[in-house]
Ligand binder design. Structure first.
Ligand SMILES: [Zn+2]
Length: 139
């Protein structure tokens, strides 16, 4: 990448500089996807992105770039909340679904009680009549 004859990576193209053989951006910002670097540069700044990538081990850099691209896109779409907007939306959805699940589980329990009331009543009575448990209530 960046060798003689090959085109510079999207970052070097945008920054109008020579794409060196060991260009830190080249593996993650191919020339055929200029928007990917443009938006990350706009939101975070190329030198910050370069610093971040240098501090990371190589095997984590692709994930970091994906995250930066996601966050940059979210920031452009929602300048105030950025990706926090998406996170809190999803968290709300999770708690709503947890509530729905709890309601459904309670309904299942009610239906089971209606279908086999004797069985459940017996279980409840056995628990109440357990002498050890009764004793522990008073001691
Ligand atoms: Zn480059």
């Amino acid at each position: 990448m960046g060798g003689p004859g090959s085109s510079p990576c999207a970052s070097c193209k945008l920054l109008r500089r020579r794409c060196a053989k060991d260009c830190i951006f080249a593996p993650y910002f191919p020339p055929d996807d200029p928007h990917k670097f443009a938006i990350v540069h706009k939101v975070f700044g190329a030198s910050n992105v370069s610093k971040m990538l240098q501090e990371l081990p190589v095997h984590q850099r692709a994930d970091a770039v994906n995250s930066l691209v996601f966050e940059a896109n979210a920031r452009v779409r929602d300048p105030v909340y950025g990706c926090v907007g998406a996170i809190s939306y999803l968290q709300n959805q999770v708690s709503q679904l947890q509530m729905q699940l709890a309601v459904a589980q309670a309904e299942i329990l009610c239906i089971q009680m209606q279908q086999e009331p004797n069985l459940h009543m017996m279980q409840m009575q056995m628990q109440m009549q357990d002498p050890l448990k009764q004793e522990s209530l008073w001691t």
